[in-house]
Write a new protein. Structure first.
Length: 148
């Protein structure tokens, strides 16, 4: 069964234009290949993207029980965040604006769930459904008693 793991980084103080250069290089790669690619890159934006990718891999393997070998960078989006407006003093009492741009990065990894783990997840879902039914039945009984 195919599942997706998502990790987000918001308000990164690097321009989206610079981060998109790094993001476009790992789009569509397997997760392990993407990590190697980022580790050997000479861009400053590689650090936060690598950290976010490792976080997404950890989310996928620990929370969703996705097999690490099947993980692939399905999508990576770099959006504009808020802009910090500053000004720089210039000649003759003037000031020129400086725009300090921020980025929001979203990584979506896709991969296959192990068959054993899939069965465990289904069993857990069934247990939750049974508990919910019991709770509903108890509430109905209490309502009937209250009416009588």
């Amino acid at each position: 069964m195919k599942m997706q793991a998502i990790a987000k980084l918001r308000y990164l103080r690097i321009s989206p234009r610079k981060v998109r250069l790094v993001a476009s290089l790992i789009r569509g790669l397997k997760a392990d290949e993407a990590v190697v690619q980022l580790e050997n890159m000479a861009k400053e934006a590689k650090r936060p993207v690598l950290k976010l990718l490792q976080s997404a891999i950890a989310n996928a393997t620990n929370n969703l029980k996705i097999n690490k070998e099947t993980l692939k960078v399905e999508t990576i989006m770099v959006d504009n965040g808020p802009i910090l407006y500053r000004s720089m003093p210039r000649a003759q009492g003037r000031a020129t604006p400086i725009r300090k741009r921020t980025s929001h990065i979203t990584i979506i990894l896709a991969g296959e769930v192990d068959s054993k783990e899939e069965k465990k997840l289904e069993k857990e879902a069934e247990k939750v459904e049974k508990k919910e039914k019991k709770v509903k039945a108890k509430k109905e009984v209490k309502l009937k008693k209250a009416k009588n």
